[in-house]
Design a protein around this ligand. Structure first.
Ligand SMILES: [Zn+2]
Length: 318
C-alpha cells in the first residue's frame, strides 16, 4: 500500500488538475481536493498514519515522504509543490524537512498543521557540555533540519504528545468538514486512546531497568528519553553527518562509564559508525526505529512496541 501511495498521490494530483475546469467546481465542497473530500498532505510517516486514522474514509491522505528514505533529506517534486496549492491541510513538523517547511510557507501558509506548535517542545540537544569544537557543532546543527528551529522536532516518539496532536487533528478536520465533524472527533478520540495506552505500556515497561542510558545513531529519541526518564547519548545530531573523532571518543567514554551494553542503530542510516563504537566498548548493536519513515512491517503503534521490546532487552528492564 505504501509503495502505491505515492503513485496514488500522483494520480490524484493529475486527476485534480485534469478536472480543474468545470467538474471540480460543481463537486464543490470543502476546499482542496476534487470530490469535496478534504485532502490531507502528510509530510512524514507518523503524521500520515495519524491522518489516515483520524480521517478514516472521509479524507484523502497524500504522503510526501518516500518509504525507506531518510525524511530529513526530502526534496519535493514540482508536482508535489503544486499539490500544496490546493490541498486542504498540510500536516508536518517544522524542523524535520526543510524543503517542506519552505514549501508550506510559500504555497500553503494558511493551511499548515504544524505539530510542533501543538505540544511542549524540548530544546534541541547540544553537545556543548562535552566541549565540542564549535565548527563541527555548527555544521551538525545546520545539517539536521536546517530550519532554524531551536527545538528537537522528533515529537512523535512521545505517544502522550502525539495523542494531543491526534485530538487537535480531529478538531481541525471537524472544522474543515463540518458535515462529518462527529466522525473525525470520534476517530481522533480512538487514536488518542491507543496512543495513551501505548504511553502506559512504555512507562510500565521502562520503569525498572538496570541501565537508563541509550546511545543512539542520531539524536531522534529526546522525547522518548524525556518521557520515560532515559538518558540519550547521540553519536550525531545529523543522521547523515559523519561524527567527528572527538565526538566518537566522547561517546565511547560515556558508554564505558555508564556500562552501556547496546549501541542503537537506525533503520535508514548506515550502522557502520555504531558498529565500530560497539566493538570498541564491547557492546552489541540493536535497531531502534525513529519511525521517520513507514516501518517495513506494521505501523506506528507496532514499531513503537518493537522499540519497547528492544529497549527492555538492552537496558535489562524487569
Ligand atoms: Zn531525525
Amino acid at each position: 500500500m505504501r509503495a502505491a501511495s505515492l503513485l496514488t498521490g500522483t494520480a490524484l494530483l493529475a486527476a485534480t488538475a485534469a478536472c480543474g475546469s468545470g467538474a471540480a467546481e460543481s463537486a464543490g465542497g470543502t476546499g482542496g481536493a476534487g470530490g469535496g473530500r478534504p485532502e490531507v498532505t502528510a509530510a512524514l510517516y507518523p503524521l500520515q498514519w495519524l491522518a489516515e486514522r483520524v480521517g478514516g474514509g472521509d479524507v484523502t491522505v497524500i504522503g510526501l515522504a518516500e518509504p525507506g528514505v531518510e525524511p530529513h533529506d526530502l526534496e519535493l517534486t514540482p508536482a508535489q509543490v503544486a499539490g500544496l496549492e490546493k490541498t486542504s491541510l498540510v500536516a508536518y513538523v517544522k524542523g524535520v524537512q526543510p524543503a517542506v517547511d519552505e514549501a508550506v510557507e510559500q504555497h500553503a501558509a494558511d493551511r499548515g498543521f504544524d505539530a510542533a506548535t501543538l505540544v511542549k517542545t524540548l530544546a534541541a540537544e547540544e553537545h556543548a557540555e562535552e566541549g565540542h569544537a564549535e565548527e563541527d557543532h555548527a555544521e551538525e546543527e545546520h545539517g539536521h533540519g536546517a530550519s532554524d528551529v531551536s527545538y528537537d522536532p522528533h515529537l512523535w516518539l512521545d505517544p502522550s504528545r502525539f495523542a494531543t496532536v491526534a485530538t487537535r487533528l480531529g478538531e481541525k478536520l471537524a472544522a474543515a468538514d463540518p458535515a462529518r465533524a462527529a466522525d473525525y472527533r470520534e476517530r481522533a478520540a480512538k487514536a488518542a486512546a491507543d496512543l495513551t495506552a501505548l504511553d502506559g505500556e512504555l512507562a510500565q515497561g521502562l520503569a525498572d531497568c538496570a541501565s537508563r542510558s541509550i546511545v543512539t545513531g542520531h539524536e531522534a529519541f529526546g522525547y522518548l528519553a524525556d518521557r520515560y526518564k532515559l538518558k540519550q547519548v547521540g553519536i550525531s545530531v545529523d543522521p547523515d553527518a559523519e561524527p567527528s573523532p572527538a565526538r566518537l571518543a566522547e561517546v565511547a567514554e560515556i558508554a564505558k562509564r555508564e556500562k552501556v551494553t547496546t549501541i542503537f542503530t537506525e533503520t535508514l542510516v548506515s550502522p557502520k559508525v555504531a558498529e565500530v563504537l560497539a566493538q570498541e566498548v564491547g557492546a552489541t548493536t540493536a535497531v531502534l526505529d525513529p519511525i521517520e519513515s513507514r516501518p517495513a512491517d506494521g505501523d506506528y503503534l507496532s514499531a513503537m512496541r518493537q522499540n519497547l521490546t528492544t529497549l527492555k532487552k538492552a537496558l535489562s528492564c524487569s
